[in-house]
Write a protein that binds this ligand. Structure first.
Ligand code: NAD
Length: 334
């Protein structure tokens, strides 16, 4: 299909806009637009690229994760890349995801999924050697992140030492650093009283608090960790399922969500979605959706990855709560 100059121009414009918003969101912790607006632009670019694959460039945000790490932090090359997740926004898209999994595995068996709330914070990889925390890094662009070890050490529920008898030689625990809602509200009240710029939401507050050069600032912020995966692993066999991995992390002392659940097939996934959606407002932390992962590790391996996300997992995004709030509205009024 021939591509009109208007379409090429629109794709270039979307790439520039999204790259700029990525920098502001991931590197500067200072987003300029709502997540809903960002998601709309991203979906528009993905649609254009699906219709006209010649438009895909290596620097397209659809092919990459996050944004480059800032050079004010020491850089860490991840032993295993830290990927993003593909998103779906409604039940039909979730059902289509399940169908893609079945098609790729060439089966009509019922797939077992592990479901978890999608906490809205920022991804972290915490490396333990012989059970001791030796390094913590942000996701950065997925390949290279920022060394935030000293900051992560200040977070109360991050184990400095793993417990139990089966602690491997090397393990990277991956998870989300987040700020519970109550802590976020208190922090913004303090900032208002001090005429400081307010954080847009708990995700923005968590990212701004973790990516500090002075770890005493991080120590004063109410951050917490929720673990959802494993990176590099040496001296131990990889768990046979996501559910087993979560049990092991929990035995080591890592916090995993009490809402993690094993589900059979897409119908149970939809049911879980409804139940968690109803509890969303009453949870003590912000969630922006639910993550469904094919539970069996061998099936995960067979499904593999695309450029920026695994094919065995999907994030179902709830409608954005901040949709009607202009990001600029919450600047401190002086
Ligand atoms: P994402 O947040 O949609 O999904 C991937 C991330 O989810 C992972 O990296 C991990 O940090 C997190 N996560 C939470 N719970 C998880 C679990 N149980 N298992 C696995 N991962 C879990 O992807 P992203 O690439 O981090 O961010 C994209 C989103 O960020 C956009 O959809 C948009 O909403 C927002 N964004 C907003 C702006 C803006 O300017 N407002 C800019 C860039 C991105």
């Amino acid at each position: 299909m021939t591509i009109s100059p208007e379409i090429s121009e629109r794709a270039a414009q979307l790439r520039d806009l999204i790259n700029r918003y990525n920098f502001l969101y991931y590197s500067a912790d200072d987003p300029e637009v709502t997540d809903a607006e960002y998601d709309r632009l991203f979906a528009e670019l993905k649609k254009l690229e699906a219709d006209y694959p010649e438009l895909i460039t290596a620097d397209s945000p659809t092919q990459r994760v996050g944004s480059a790490p800032l050079d004010k932090f020491t850089q860490v090359t991840h032993a295993m890349p830290m990927l993003s997740l593909d998103n779906v926004f409604d039940e039909a898209e979730l059902t289509a995801f399940n169908q893609r999994v079945l098609d790729r595995l060439n089966t009509d068996a019922v797939i077992t999924y592990a479901a978890e709330p999608k906490l809205d914070g920022l991804a972290i990889s915490i490396r333990y050697e012989n059970g001791l925390l030796v390094q913590a890094a942000t996701r950065g662009d997925g390949a290279v992140g920022e060394d935030v070890t000293e900051n992560v050490r200040t977070i109360r529920n991050v184990p400095l030492k793993l417990h139990g008898k089966n602690v491997p030689q090397v393990v990277e625990i991956r998870g989300e650093i987040y700020m519970p809602k109550a802590g976020f509200e208190k922090l913004n009240q303090q900032r208002l009283a001090n005429n400081e710029k307010l954080f847009v939401n708990p995700r923005n507050a968590a990212a701004g608090s973790l990516r500090q050069l002075d770890s005493s600032v991080t120590a004063s912020r109410p951050l917490a960790l929720f673990c959802y995966g494993l990176g590099e692993l040496q001296g131990m066999e990889r768990p046979s399922s996501h559910t087993e991995a979560m049990q092991i992390i929990s035995e080591w002392g890592g916090a995993v969500s009490p809402d993690t659940k094993q589900l059979k097939g897409v119908d149970e996934c939809l049911e879980y979605l409804h139940q968690l959606g109803e509890r969303r407002a009453s949870l003590s932390y912000d969630i922006d959706g639910v993550v469904f992962k094919v539970d069996d590790s061998r099936l995960q391996e067979r499904l593999g990855f695309v450029s920026r996300a695994p094919r065995w997992a999907i994030a179902y995004k709830f409608p954005a709560q901040e949709e009607s709030t202009q990001v600029v509205d919450i600047e401190v009024q002086v």
